[in-house]
Design a protein around this ligand. Structure first.
Ligand code: BEZ
Length: 253
């Protein structure tokens, strides 16, 4: 999807702020080579590099990769589905990016291949139920316009159980995995969140671009997502994990 770097910096600063918790779990050690998968504007990759690590950063958005490169990072336009690194990294880190990669089997296989033995994959993504109030309302508004939301939904929010199964099937050993609700304070209303984060729902449907469509959603979710002081929250659910590549799995075992 096309990201606006300025819009992201203004409305999405919480993404990298919350990413600090995942960085703690990653615990980067000086001298390690670490891949940031879905690096966005490179804010977190920069923090990893500041620990003395060699960082490679990839993202499918050219705009975001440009922003990361201006921070002096080795950043490349590449998707998790297409990357083909071979046993290069001590760790792979990913914050708020995996839920955009719907071919999760392929991504996990590529992550596994990219890690050295004993390498770790440490990440946070949206888990099942993530932004469900907003999604339900987007579906309702699309339905009112004769459209099926399933055809446009760009996200993959697995449950802890489903993802743990996929990680183990790929060959990872689970060190830690948890799913938790994290209502997230927005700097805008939900209309602003949709404009920043849900562009595929906006751009790909015949209902868009359409301010009415966004405002209808905003109004409908206000009772649930706006507090009595007028502050808006998104109903985020996070799936956070740290897993280890022990050894190559035996084919078809
Ligand atoms: C998330 O971080 O959960 C998220 C980000 C963008 C769109 C949807 C969810």
């Amino acid at each position: 999807m096309d990201w606006s770097v300025d819009d992201y910096a203004e409305n999405a600063s919480f993404v990298s702020q919350f990413g600090d918790d995942v960085l703690m779990l990653l615990n980067p050690v000086s001298g390690e080579h670490i891949l940031d998968l879905g690096c966005g504007n490179g804010e977190l990759a920069e923090k990893i590099a500041a620990k003395g690590c060699k960082v490679t950063a990839i993202d499918s958005s050219k705009e975001m990769v440009n922003a990361a490169q201006t921070k002096g990072l080795n950043a490349y336009v590449m998707s998790g589905e297409d990357m083909n690194f071979e046993t290069e990294f001590h760790a792979i880190f990913s914050n708020a990016a995996l839920h955009w990669m719907k071919s999760s089997d392929k991504v996990l296989e590529n992550v596994f291949n990219a890690l050295k033995i004993n390498g770790r994959f440490c990440a946070e993504m949206g888990g099942s139920g993530n932004v469900q109030t907003i999604i339900t309302q987007i579906y309702t508004e699309l339905d009112r316009r004769g459209l099926n939301g399933d055809n446009y939904n760009p996200w993959y929010f697995p449950s802890k159980e489903d993802y743990a199964y996929q990680l183990e099937k790929t060959g990872f050993q689970i060190d830690f995995i948890e799913q938790f609700e994290r209502p997230t304070k927005l700097v805008t209303d939900v209309a602003g969140w949709i404009k920043t984060f849900a562009k595929p729902f906006l751009n790909d449907t015949p209902a868009s671009p359409c301010e009415d469509f966004i405002q209808d959603i905003n109004q409908a979710v206000a009772d649930t997502l706006q507090d009595k002081n007028g502050i808006w929250y998104a109903d985020y659910v996070r799936l956070r994990f740290n897993v280890i590549k022990n050894e190559k799995p035996i084919p078809n075992a």
